[in-house]
Structure formats: structure tokens, C-alpha cells
Design a protein. Structure first.
Length: 598
């Protein structure tokens, strides 16, 4: 028996004997006709007017729940104040013990969380016979810190950890409301039974009806109908979480809050849905989730709380906030958000820059037509050139673009800032030019590894400086194609020929992804093949010291990492994006700080 404030009692003994009743159910296609709003007594099917808090009450159901004689006398839970951000940053507490949960609540408060979700289904010591003590301790801590608490007891059939009776589970949620939870999260499939069970909810508690789709993202009309059905079923807040199979799925989810007259939490799970979490304030989502650490994330694709606050500057966004990002696949390794957000913040811009995991460029650009500009990385640099309505002359000559800028008329213009940034870094590494030469690269034999967008830029830049070019690629056909496009006696060969030492030169430039991300620790060429090179340049900057760089140093070569190229090309992008001079030193520092933090 649970005893709450006033005379509220919840008899869980009888409830435990009622089996769970939602496992395996499909989404209901009807709205309960007899549920009534506790504010205006209209039925759920008829209700269309939003109140500060809406839930429903019926006097039938399996639970023996006695409402408090005067539930309005209960102490109100912390609610977002009038000065609180329109979009709350919430952190889920997924600790397995109350002691750890209390410690983590304090930690996320100090990190700046606006709201705290208590995931009771993760608690191993939540005694179902008497959950009162842990609930009181956790809710009391949130009240002490003046942070609204969302109480969630997610069942296994909705992706959570709870395996017991749904009747007991829903009774605990109602009891949490009586104890002062600002929100309770109830699965949409369980809404009818939750509202039908005995006991009136405190007016201060808001009901989140939630729906999680772990297979994909429905079309826009299906999502909108689901949202409206949730409101008609009694939701104060509708939460819709889908799985992003492609990044454009996030666009459909982000559109939901602006189509609703009541609060909506809309997000797409997974790395392809990250934009829906970072851009929640811009699109009006009621809250977004930030994890205490990557190990403690409660859903796939959840950014860190510290990242949302300090890297992306949430919640300081509005509908007018300009959005920039880096397009690539993979893209999670990129430090572009760190240096661009630092530069934009220093310039006082209302803008945010985020990672964009893109599989197919054209559908992505169609889904997000109002984004202001993009950095472009592997494997989209050639496709970016084709997607642009206008192309800078140098990018056209190279045949690849690493920058897309939205023009005033909505069209995209493509640029390439890779080549000049890379060549300047290599020239500085080589040293002074020979007498009478305009560049230290003039007359040198330069071997470029890779025939993709970055390889094209490196080869073009070296050619412009008077070097003799050899293109090496896994497939000889692509190397031959690029060599023919370059002209001026450029030669083609294979990576194997360079790796074996059969083909050599004065300067080696790597533009492949070998050594980065999943291939970290690998090198595109054998160490012995580096003997005789004057300088080795690796365009990869994470890690800073790749296997290729380490091997080259061991063979006595000068080396240049991709850091200076990365910062240089990003500085030029910033100037194209903003029309302002780039704070290059700040951008370099932001990059190094980001690398040291990971």
C-alpha cells in the first residue's frame, strides 16, 4: 500500500495480480469516447482546446486508487518558469541504484540541464511493493534543485527495461504524480487504460503521451495524424520518436511542432537523426535530450548534455537561426562543428553548425532547403559540384567542391577551398623555393594518393605551382581519368605500385581515408616505400599523427599533418559563409581542444 500526500492510497497488492495488457498490441485506431478532460469535461473525441494541463479521469478500471480529498492542496512540482527557455534540455537518469541516480541528478543540474527524466525502469532496487521511498528521494532531489522531473517507467514492449505488470507500472506513474512529478510519460498504447484507472491526477502534473518507432519514420501525414490522435486521447504533451533511416527523415519529424497547437517533443533517433535533437529550439520542440555521457545515453543518437550547452549553444535558437553543417559519411569524427561554432559565436552570429550524416546528397538538399551553407567531405565532393546551381571557376576546374553556400535567391554556389589550404601548408613544410621559382613545389615530382574530390584538389593545387603530378588510386581507371583531366603530362598509377616502391617521387600527398576513423592505425603505403621522399603530407587530421605520418618520420621525411589544411580550408569557408574575416587562431585552438577532449 502506497501513501501519498493527503489521503491518497494506491493498493498495488491487487494490481500485481492483473497481467500486463499491452505487450504485442498494435497502435489503436480509435479514441476512447468516454474519457473526459479534467478541465472542461469534454470527451476525448470532442476535445480540441488546449489547457495548461490536460488529462482524463474515469471511475472504472482494475486499480484500487483512492483520490486525495483535496488533491489541489498538494505541493506543486517545479515547473518551467516564465523565464525558462521555450525548449528545455532534459537529461535522462538511467542509473541502476537510487544512490547513483541522486548523484547523477546533482551532476546534470550542475551541467545545466533544464529538466530531468527519471527512468525508473533502469532502477534495480525499485521495490514494486513499496516504491514510495525511492520515488520520494528522487523527486525530492529534483524539487530541491528546482528542476521539473519527468517520471518514466518504460516497458520492454516500448523499448524500455520494465518487464512486469502494466497495471502496477501505471499505478506507480500515478503515484509519482501525486508525489509531485511535473510530468509523467505514458506510452500512447497504454493511454486509454491509464486514464481509465481510478484516481485523479494533480492539475500540476502534465501527461506526456509517447510513441517510439524503432523501425523507421512514417510519412508526414501519418505522423501528423498520430500527433492529433495523441492530443485527442488526453496528452498535454505529445512525444514522437522515430528512427531515422536517412537524414531527410529528421526533416519530417522537425516539422511536427510547428503544425501543433500544443507542446510536442519530436525527435528522430540514430546518427542520421541528430539534427532533430540539435535543432529542437529552432523548430519549436518542447524539449530535447542530452546525455550525461555517451555510455548513459537513453536512446541512439543522443548528444551529450555538455555538447548541447557548450558546442551547439542550446537553447539560444529561434526560427531565424541560420543553420550550417558538414555533409559527409562518415561524419561523427569531424571537428568542423567545434571550430565553426566557436568562430560564429565569436562573431556574434545567430547561427549553429552541426554534423550531417548524408547518404544521398540530392534528397538531403531537397529536404532542408533553408539551410544556409555546408562544408562537404568524403564521399560527396563531386556530387556537391553537380548539385550546385552555380560553380566557382576553380571548383569547376578541379571537378570537386568542398563548400556549398546558399545564395539570396535560394540557389547553391559551389567552391573549393581545399586546394589552396593544402598547398600552402605543404609549401611551408618544404621551405624556400629554388632560385627563380615561384613556389617550393615547382619542378618537384608529387605523388597524390586518391582520385576523389580531395585528391583532385591536391593535384590541381600542386599542378598550379609547377609540380609534375602522378595520381595513384586503387582502381587505375579513376587515376587515368583524373590524370587526363589535369593534362600537363600528369601520370596515372595504382596504390599498389606506390606502396611497393615501384613508383616514387619527392612529395607524397595522401587524400584517401586510410588511417581515419574505422581504419585508424592503417597506412595507404608500406613504410619502406617512403624512403627517399622529401616530405609526406596526410590530409587526415583525426588522428593528428596517423600511421602514415609516424612511418614517414621514422624514415627521416619531413611531415605535414592535415590540421593546417583543415583549419585553412575552414577559415576560407567561414568567410564565404559570413562575409567576415575568419578568426583563424581561435579556430585552430577550438579544433585542438576538441581533439584533446575525445
Amino acid at each position: 500500500m502506497l501513501s501519498g500526500a493527503g489521503s491518497t492510497q494506491i493498493d498495488l497488492a491487487s494490481a500485481r495480480n492483473v497481467p500486463g495488457c499491452f505487450s504485442g498490441r498494435t497502435q489503436p485506431n480509435h479514441i476512447p469516447s468516454q474519457t473526459t478532460c479534467r478541465h472542461c469535461a469534454r470527451s476525448g473525441a470532442q476535445h480540441r482546446t488546449w489547457h495548461p494541463s490536460i488529462s482524463v479521469v474515469r471511475d472504472t478500471g482494475h486499480l484500487a486508487v483512492m483520490a486525495a480529498a483535496d488533491i489541489s492542496s498538494l505541493t506543486s512540482p517545479p515547473q518551467p518558469s516564465s523565464s525558462a527557455p521555450a525548449t528545455l534540455i532534459c537529461t535522462s537518469i538511467t542509473a541502476t541504484s537510487v544512490e547513483t541516480a541522486l548523484r547523477e541528478i546533482q551532476e546534470v543540474y550542475e551541467l545545466g540541464a533544464d529538466a530531468i527524466e527519471l527512468r525508473l525502469d533502469f532502477l534495480e532496487d525499485l521495490a514494486l511493493k513499496d516504491p514510495g521511498p525511492p520515488l520520494k528521494a528522487l523527486l525530492g532531489k529534483c524539487k530541491e534543485l528546482d528542476r521539473p522531473a519527468i517520471v518514466t517507467l518504460r516497458p520492454e514492449w516500448e523499448g524500455g527495461q520494465y518487464r512486469g505488470s502494466d497495471v502496477v507500472r501505471l499505478a506507480i506513474l500515478k503515484y509519482a504524480a501525486v508525489l509531485g512529478a511535473a510530468y509523467v510519460d505514458v506510452e500512447y498504447l497504454a493511454a486509454e487504460f491509464f486514464f481509465a484507472s481510478k484516481g485523479q491526477l494533480p492539475l500540476s502534473t502534465r501527461v506526456i503521451l509517447s510513441h517510439h518507432d524503432y523501425k523507421g519514420t512514417p510519412d508526414s501525414s501519418t505522423l501528423e495524424k498520430l500527433m492529433e490522435d495523441m492530443f485527442a486521447s488526453g496528452a498535454d504533451v505529445a512525444k514522437i520518436a522515430t528512427t531515422a533511416e536517412h537524414i531527410q527523415d529528421a526533416a519530417r519529424v522537425l516539422a511536427l511542432p510547428r503544425k501543433a497547437s500544443r507542446p510536442v517533443i519530436a525527435l528522430a533517433m540514430g546518427e542520421r537523426g541528430v539534427a532533430s535533437r540539435i535543432l529542437a529550439p529552432k523548430f519549436g520542440s518542447h524539449l530535447t535530450f542530452g546525455a550525461l555521457s555517451s555510455e548513459k545515453a537513453s536512446a541512439p543518437g543522443q548528444p551529450l548534455l555538455s555538447e548541447l550547452k557548450h558546442l551547439y549553444g542550446l537553447p539560444q535558437q529561434s526560427a531565424a537561426t541560420k543553420v550550417f553543417g558538414v555533409i559527409g559519411n562518415p561524419v561523427s569524427h569531424s571537428r568542423s562543428p567545434a571550430l565553426h561554432n566557436a568562430a560564429m559565436r565569436a562573431a556574434g552570429m545567430d547561427a549553429v553548425y552541426l554534423p550531417l550524416l548524408v547518404d544521398d546528397l540530392q534528397p538531403f538538399l531537397h529536404a532542408f532547403p533553408d539551410f544556409s551553407g555546408f562544408s562537404v567531405t568524403i564521399p560527396h565532393k563531386v556530387a556537391a559540384l553537380e548539385a550546385a546551381q552555380e560553380v566557382d571557376a576553380v571548383a569547376a576546374r578541379i571537378g570537386a567542391a568542398n563548400t556549398l553556400v546558399r545564395q539570396q535567391d535560394g540557389s547553391l554556389k559551389a567552391y573549393n577551398t581545399d586546394w589552396s589550404a593544402a598547398i600552402e601548408a605543404v609549401e611551408e613544410g618544404v621551405g624556400d623555393a629554388a632560385a627563380g621559382a615561384a613556389s617550393p613545389l615547382a619542378g618537384m615530382q608529387v605523388v597524390v594518393l586518391g582520385a576523389g574530390g580531395a585528391g583532385r584538389a591536391l593535384a590541381f593545387g600542386a599542378l598550379q605551382r609547377g609540380a609534375h603530378i602522378t595520381i595513384a588510386n586503387r582502381t587505375a581507371e579513376k587515376a587515368e581519368e583524373l590524370a587526363a583531366a589535369l593534362g600537363s603530362g600528369a601520370r596515372a598509377t595504382t596504390l599498389e605500385a606506390v606502396s611497393s616502391g615501384e613508383v616514387t617521387g619527392d612529395i607524397l600527398m595522401n587524400s584517401t581515408s586510410i588511417g581515419m576513423h574505422a581504419m585508424e592505425g592503417q597506412s595507404p603505403v608500406e613504410r619502406k616505400a617512403l624512403q627517399g621522399y622529401r616530405l609526406v603530407f596526410d590530409a587526415i587530421y583525426t588522428p593528428l599523427r596517423t600511421r602514415l605520418i609516424q612511418d614517414a618520420e621514422a624514415e627521416g621525411c619531413k611531415t605535414v599533418s592535415g590540421l593546417e589544411m583543415f583549419v585553412g580550408q575552414a577559415a576560407q569557408q567561414f568567410e564565404l559563409f559570413t562575409g567576415q574575416q575568419a578568426p583563424k587562431d581561435l579556430m585552430r585552438k577550438a579544433t585542438l581542444d576538441s581533439m584533446s577532449a575525445h
